[in-house]
Design a binder for this molecule. Structure first.
Ligand code: PBG
Length: 331
């Protein structure tokens, strides 16, 4: 009988490198990578981030050099995140709205040094609030959705005036995509893209990131009243659907590897540009195992990144971006 063993032998197509290359269904390229970098306001060029070996906070001049390196490697975009001095944080995250804050200065500096690189910035208040939340609180500690959205719009406008290419609201407030789109358009920034953190889960995998931007020390409670419950999947489709309806150009699922089922569902349901964030804790796990000699670091890095493509992602935010780009270039 044809169509079954022994006429069919699945191993035949795997017998040699040329054949495996030919039948490969998915491919990872440098064009799939977005590189998140950490910024600080400092005379020092870089300081290491605890628990993320190989990742440093960069001052603005060093961030310009990182952007140059990214461009040379063919990485399409960088995504800077700020470590904001404690003295500048307050309950309302006021610093987020200021035209000359660290992020706005960095955006200008990076676009000046490397005009062709994409710059994608978070819109959320957590680096700027004294309590570490992505929104403002009332006196009982409840996050105030609509008041927060007003501040996020002004934060997005400050970034747009500074020349950002794409804003990425990561706060998970309701209605913020539509509000930010309207605010940007009214100010003549209709070309600024929105990459929505549409399905963002309340995750333990953000720990090292919160060290990097200094919010672990300050965060009161957790983010479960606005970020999604890891138990849910249908809810992710509702979140993504709303953000697309409100004007998101691209959507994101976050974290990455434990949520590949969500990436696949989102891509299948909407067919829009869909990104996954391989977050700080995922990077830390792979790096720690590699540095201990427990896993082959290069191999698992490339395997994990390819898995995002297989799940349907159009690209990946990853701290491995320069390392992976070098590996892809055979350097
Ligand atoms: C802030 C934000 C977080 C991350 C990206 N933007 C942390 C959080 O929501 O607490 C996490 C990224 C990572 O862990 O690499 N809104």
């Amino acid at each position: 009988m044809l169509g079954a063993y022994p006429a069919v032998r699945m191993r035949r197509n795997r017998k040699s490198h040329w054949s495996r290359r030919l039948v490969a269904e998915n491919v990872l390229t440098t064009a799939d990578l977005i590189w998140p970098i950490f910024l600080m306001d400092s005379a020092e060029a870089r300081t290491p981030v605890a628990h993320m070996p190989g990742v440093d906070r960069l001052n603005i001049a060093e961030a310009q050099r990182a952007a140059e390196e990214a461009a040379k490697l063919g990485i399409p975009a960088v995504a800077p995140f700020p470590y904001v001095d404690r003295a500048l944080r307050d309950p309302r995250g006021s610093e987020a709205e200021r035209a000359n804050n660290l992020m706005c200065r960095a955006v200008r500096a990076i676009k000046e040094a490397v005009p062709e690189i994409g710059v994608i910035t978070d819109v959320a208040l957590d680096p700027y609030t004294s309590h570490g939340h992505d929104g403002v609180l009332d006196d009982r500690g409840v996050i105030l959705n609509d008041e927060t959205v007003g501040i996020l719009c002004r934060q997005a406008l400050a970034l747009a005036h500074a020349g950002v290419d794409c804003v990425a609201p990561s706060d998970m407030m309701d209605g913020r995509i539509g509000a930010i789109r309207t605010a940007l358009d009214a100010a003549g920034h209709d070309e600024v893209q929105i990459l929505s953190y549409a399905a963002k889960y309340a995750s333990g995998f953000y720990g090292p990131f919160r060290d990097a931007i200094g919010t672990n020390a300050t965060l009161i409670g957790d983010k479960r009243t606005y970020q999604m419950d890891p138990a849910n999947s249908d809810e992710a489709l509702r979140e993504v659907g709303l953000d697309i309806a409100e004007g998101a150009d691209m959507v994101m699922v976050k974290p990455g590897m434990p949520y590949l089922d969500i990436v696949r569902r989102v891509k299948d349901a909407f067919g829009v540009p869909t990104y996954a964030y391989q977050v700080s804790g995922e990077y830390a796990m792979l790096k720690a195992a590699a540095l201990n000699g427990w896993l082959d670091g290069d191999r698992v890095m490339m395997e994990a990144l390819l898995a995002f493509k297989r799940a349907g992602a159009d690209g990946i935010l990853t701290y491995f971006a320069p390392e992976a780009a070098r590996a892809l270039a055979g350097k």
